[in-house]
Design a protein around this ligand. Structure first.
Ligand SMILES: C[S@@+](CC[C@H](N)C(=O)[O-])C[C@H]1O[C@@H](n2cnc3c(N)ncnc32)[C@H](O)[C@@H]1O
Length: 241
């Protein structure tokens, strides 16, 4: 059973738009980490994290099932979801402090990230850059070890009503199939309840030979999101020479 808090989770999965700076902070990454090899951001949502990776000279692909629509429809859904975030945070002012405009003070940075994302998403649809791929965990359309790093923010453990432990394990194994290292944040749901099945999940991954550790982080979005899971898969036999 899920440990309870006085809060309720946010409900249906939203498309959020965390900024690249927020992602670097909550995944405990430095810009240099983004240049070790190709980066997968899954789910990408409307974050401009992958745009930043490319601006730095790196390679990045964002994956999200919401990328199955043209930019105008994506923008419509994004507007509605950001309005849900505004309404949800406005009823929790102690946790999400209000800015001078009476809205959650982080919303302007999300709107700025969303604008950067939308410009890049439109360009992708015009020029077929391949930077935005519509797909669903736990099944990704990439060859083994395509990426040096995969980041997964605000999906797996955030929505307790949508995914079960078998999904979490399958999704993490899939991310580890395509990437050498996987970082997942946060480790609690949107009501701040910690993921209750973390011990058996890590036990199963360690039995696969995966190295797992927890990084203490300071989230710019929510002080309650204090940890990031870092997973590194075992080297392939050819690497052991
Ligand atoms: C809260 S957003 C997180 C986006 C981004 N990482 C951020 O922090 O702003 C969650 C995203 O997960 C996507 N999503 C839902 N189910 C998914 C699945 N099975 N596999 C991958 N992405 C999924 C949704 O479309 C949504 O855009």
């Amino acid at each position: 059973m899920r440990p309870t808090t006085s809060e309720l989770p946010i409900g249906a999965i939203i498309i959020s738009a965390r900024s690249a700076d927020d992602c670097l902070a909550h995944f405990s990454l430095a810009e240099a980490d983004l240049l070790r090899g190709p980066v997968l951001d899954c789910p990408g949502g409307a974050s401009d994290f992958a745009v930043r990776v490319r601006a730095l000279g790196g390679r990045a692909v964002s994956v999200d099932p919401a990328y199955d629509v043209p930019p105008e429809r994506f923008a419509e859904r994004l507007r509605a979801d950001l309005e849900r975030v505004r309404a949800w945070t406005s009823t929790r002012p102690d946790r999400f402090p209000q800015g001078p405009d009476g809205r959650w003070h982080r919303l302007p940075s999300w709107e700025h990230a969303a604008e950067t994302f939308m410009a890049d998403y439109r360009r992708d649809r015009d020029e077929a850059t391949g930077h935005y791929v519509s797909a669903l965990l736990p099944s990704l359309p990439f060859a083994d070890r395509t990426f040096a790093l995969a980041t997964s923010g605000f999906l797996l453990f955030t929505y307790p009503d949508h995914f079960d432990p078998a999904f979490h394990l399958g999704a993490l194994r899939e991310l580890l199939r395509v990437a050498d290292e996987v970082r997942v944040h946060p480790l609690n749901d949107s009501a701040r309840s910690p993921y209750p099945h973390i011990a058996p999940l890590l036990e199963a991954l360690r039995a696969d030979g995966v190295h797992a550790d927890m990084l203490a982080v300071e989230s710019p979005t929510d002080r309650g999101d204090t940890h990031t899971l870092r997973l590194r898969r075992p080297a392939a036999p050819a690497d052991c020479t």
